[in-house]
Design a protein around this ligand. Structure first.
Ligand SMILES: Nc1ncnc2c1ncn2[C@@H]1O[C@H](COP(=O)(O)OP(=O)(O)OP(=O)(O)O)[C@@H](O)[C@H]1O
Ligand SMILES: [Mg+2]
Length: 831
């Protein structure tokens, strides 16, 4: 672990920071930036397919076949450049999005404090910490005031620990150890208090960097990754077997050996879905950019997939279902009498606490300053935590040293032994307690959120902890209102209509939760409280969570349990939250969602950030995610149907024909044109019907589709072969020309069929898709009549071939239409 020497109070200079950034690298655990331009170009060029092609080109040039060598040159050049620019563009788009939601750190540079992206922090930087901050690096505290830090990510300890600068905490140059009271670490967060610190280590050099890098390296493969990988493997094996088969047969039949080798190599290139990774990335990146326009930012492309397949969305209440602009409407004693003292104590507590300000605190402080607030000096603080649900400050005032506690009514009541009835202090006996609880319940049922305030005179000096929150005197209650969002009910209904069930998981009171649930259309059912939940086993909870729409008084750990229980039952679960208490669940969800106004910890844990609060934008994002998914699926269905069919046809042709069914260079040209026809798929329109339900990656359905459509398309190839041989008495050149044209027609036109689950004539493709398909077919028909026909080995086709070709293509499309309907029915049935 690194060490640091004394910092300058002015912080680093910009120049110094820049040179340190060069020396230590950016402050990130896993690099977010993709490879740079030149490296990316090399990666594109050095893929195995390109290498095969270049070798084949060398061989062709060696034997004097310059036409083939030229076609290979064009194919390699064009496809590499297309891939290169597309990948570069989507990387840039994604990086731009990531910058918009980058978590920042408060850093002192050149003598001024400024917010800078976390990745720019360097060793030696002076940083400032406040509640809700994600600690940006490993650092040694220079000053600290009531600084409490949650180190769960590093130590597993779920309660905040206090950090402070002590005389004996070690010399500035000593290494930072976890138990050092003046050391704070990357990956942990500030619960309350403030401090300044000097950075000792950044990025991978941090204590957490090690752990996180190991975790990141072992990141579980998503269903999508696994699907594409297995699929790619299957294709590669099949292609390999076919290429060997074709070569052996061709040689056995004494076709020219060199020509046969080139033919086999061209097949290998032509039949591998080489564009798959690129098309997937471009489609998703395009989806990401469109989502950004709807105010939804994704940090990783995989999040789009997950958003599209999410079927349960868990959300907290304040700020998403409600507007989050809380107002304080009443301050009453436990007897229900309005009292200034209740407001005064609450105000003192809110003003002096240094934790992350809950909207309730904001509402209290927005109230006109009550008289008498100025005469108090803060001595200490016991910060809020979500298990205790209360917080205390210790103040020296006109009548001695007082501990002032505010929190959830039951939690505060548990610590009280008496209550203030005007000037009198009365004991809080069982009967009174029941009466008070009944009062709280009544208020909650009416929709008010309540906080209780209590206090006690304590002995001055010493340090205070939660153990001092005993024998308090209850001053009274504050009642707040928080209007619901106008669009919440609509958004919940729309999400439900599109297959996403919304579950509210609140830390708030059961009655308040029920009331809000009623207002937004989640009500009517059972409300499960944290207490009840504590008695359930995980499997039982899973069954309950599938039925229940509202959970109340849950702790952060319980929020997490609900979510994991739903995941265990096969749901794809999203979690939307904005607080420190939501961060673990955001992290554990399939889709962690937060809002731009959330605390850093929540934003850092999320994969999706909403630039506008509320559920409406999520609905838009979900649909956008499903659109991207659907377009990826189009590419796959198009590719699988044509590649597998072509393999079978090639194998059959080599066995039966006395010549090669297509020249190597024709195969390559065919493949290039086919690839071009696929490029605009990311721009395609998507049928509304295809985004009505969560979309899951169904590899087996795709494989079935391939195994059925492949032979079907092959059968139509054989019909073409038969027609060419017997009807048109084609020569080798005419045969090759005829199949070249037929194959491009069937392979490209099929996209118009498989791009919709219904009638292809009822669903309009994007102009780009339609234009490119027509263009490619046009080029195919025209090529034999152009001057390049000779070098490419084409000859003009007889006029009668055109109606024959159109008839074959039409019959093929009809057949695919039938198979396709079954495919979409199966997929829908399984979802
Ligand atoms: N600053 C605070 N002072 C006193 N009590 C607090 C404070 N913050 C939270 N509480 C208590 O803890 C409870 C749970 O906190 P909070 O409402 O933030 O949880 P949540 O799960 O985020 O709820 P929600 O669903 O409303 O967003 C609150 O209802 C309140 O009683
Ligand atoms: Mg909340």
């Amino acid at each position: 672990m690194a060490s640091v020497t004394s910092p300058s109070p002015e912080g680093l200079t910009t120049a110094e920071a820049r040179s340190r950034l060069d020396e230590h690298g950016p402050n990130e655990i896993t690099p977010t930036a993709g490879p740079g331009g030149v490296k990316q170009l090399l990666i594109t060029f050095l893929n195995p397919l390109t290498v095969i092609l270049l070798v084949a080109g060398g061989v062709a040039a060696g034997v004097g076949d310059y036409a083939t060598a030229a076609v290979i040159g064009v194919v390699v050049g064009v496809s590499s450049l297309i891939q290169f620019f597309h990948t570069l563009r989507s990387d840039q788009a994604l990086r731009h999005l990531q910058d918009r939601v980058a978590v920042t750190a408060t850093v002192r540079r050149d003598g001024v404090w400024a917010e800078r992206p976390r990745r720019d922090v360097v060793p030696g930087d002076l940083i400032r910490l406040a509640a809700g901050d994600f600690i940006p690096a490993d650092a040694r505290l220079v000053t600290a005031r009531d600084l409490h830090v949650l180190q769960a990510a590093l130590t597993g300890e779920s309660l905040p620990v206090e950090k402070e600068v002590r005389e004996n905490s070690g010399k500035p140059g000593d290494p930072l150890a976890l138990d050092r009271p003046d050391a704070v670490f990357f990956g942990t967060s500030v619960v309350s208090g403030t401090g300044t610190a000097v950075v000792a280590a950044t990025g991978r050099a941090t204590a957490f960097g090690d752990v996180a890098a190991r975790l990141a390296a072992k990141a579980p493969e998503t269903e999508f990754d696994r699907g594409t990988r297995r699929f790619g493997l299957f294709i590669t094996q099949t292609v390999f077997a076919l290429v060997v088969f074709v070569f052996v047969v061709a040689v056995a039949r004494q076709l020219p050996a060199m020509e046969s080798l080139l033919f086999a190599l061209a097949l290998a290139v032509g039949l591998t879905p080489g564009l798959l990774p690129m098309i997937v990335n471009v489609t998703l990146a395009r989806g990401a950019v469109r989502m950004a326009r709807q105010d939804v930012i994704v940090k990783h492309l995989a999040a789009i997939q997950n958003l599209g397949s999410m079927d349960v969305l868990c959300t907290d209440k304040t700020g998403t279902l409600t507007r989050g602009d809380v107002s304080l409407v009443r301050c009453d004693t436990a007897a229900g009498v309005s009292a200034d003292r209740v407001l005064l104590l609450a105000y003192l507590n809110s003003r002096h606490e240094t934790g992350f300000k809950n909207p309730l605190d904001v509402a209290i402080l927005a109230h006109p300053v009550p008289a008498g607030v100025e005469g108090f000096e803060k001595l200490d603080e016991v910060p809020f935590d979500f298990e205790r649900r209360r917080l205390s400050v210790v103040l020296r005032g006109p009548s001695g040293v007082t501990l002032v506690t505010k929190g959830a009514p039951e939690s505060v009541l548990d610590c009280c032994g008496s209550w203030e009835d005007g000037p009198e202090t009365r004991p809080l006996d069982a009967a009174t307690r029941d009466r008070v609880l009944a009062y709280v319940r009544r208020q909650s049922v009416e929709g008010y959120r309540l906080l209780a305030v209590a206090s006690r005179v304590v002995t001055p000096g010493g340090r205070y902890s939660a153990a001092d929150e005993v024998e308090l005197t209850l001053a009274g209650f504050l009642a707040f209102t928080d209007p619901i969002r106008e669009d919440a009910a609509d958004a919940i209904r729309d999400l439900a209509a599109d297959g996403v069930r919304v579950v509210m998981i609140s830390g708030d009171d059961e009655h308040v939760a029920r009331r809000i649930a009623d207002l937004v259309g989640l009500g009517g059912g059972r409300v499960v409280s944290g207490g009840e939940l504590a008695g359930m086993t995980d499997p039982a909870l899973g069954a309950v969570a599938e039925q229940v729409a509202v959970f109340a008084r849950t702790s952060p750990a319980q929020k997490n349990r609900i979510l994991l229980a739903l995941k265990a039952r096969g749901h794809v679960v999203g979690f939307l939250g904005d607080g420190v208490n939501d961060a673990p669940s955001i992290h554990a969800a399939d889709v962690g969602i937060s809002v731009s106004t959330a605390v850093d910890v929540a934003k850092a844990a999320a994969e999706v950030i909403l630039m506008k609060p509320g559920l409406r934008v999520i609905h838009d994002g979900v649909l956008e995610g499903r659109r991207a998914f659907t377009n990826v699926m189009k590419y796959l269905l198009m590719g699988t149907s044509s590649n597998f069919g072509n393999m079978l046809s090639m194998a059959a042709a080599v066995v039966f024909l006395p010549f090669l069914p297509m020249l190597p260079l024709q195969i390559l040209l065919n493949n290039l044109l086919y690839d071009l026809a696929q490029l605009p798929i990311p721009t395609d329109r998507v049928d509304a019907a295809l985004v009505r339900k969560p979309r899951k990656w169904d590899v087996s359905a795709i494989r079935t589709f391939m195994l059925v459509v492949g032979p079907v398309s092959s059968a139509f190839d054989l019909v073409t072969f038969a027609g060419l041989v017997w009807l048109f008495h084609a020569t080798a050149t005419a045969f090759q020309t005829g199949w070249f044209v037929e194959s491009l027609f069937t392979q490209t036109l099929v996209v118009l069929v498989i791009r919709t689950a219904g009638n292809p004539f009822r669903s309009r493709p994007s102009p780009w898709v339609l234009g490119t398909v027509i263009g490619v077919c046009g080029v195919a028909v025209a090529l034999p009549f152009t001057p390049v026909a000779g070098p490419l080995g084409f000859e003009p086709l007889p006029g009668a071939f055109v109606p024959f070709l159109l008839a074959v293509a039409a019959a093929y499309l009809l057949a695919v239409e039938v198979v396709k309907r079954r495919f979409f029915r199966d997929v829908a049935a399984r979802a």
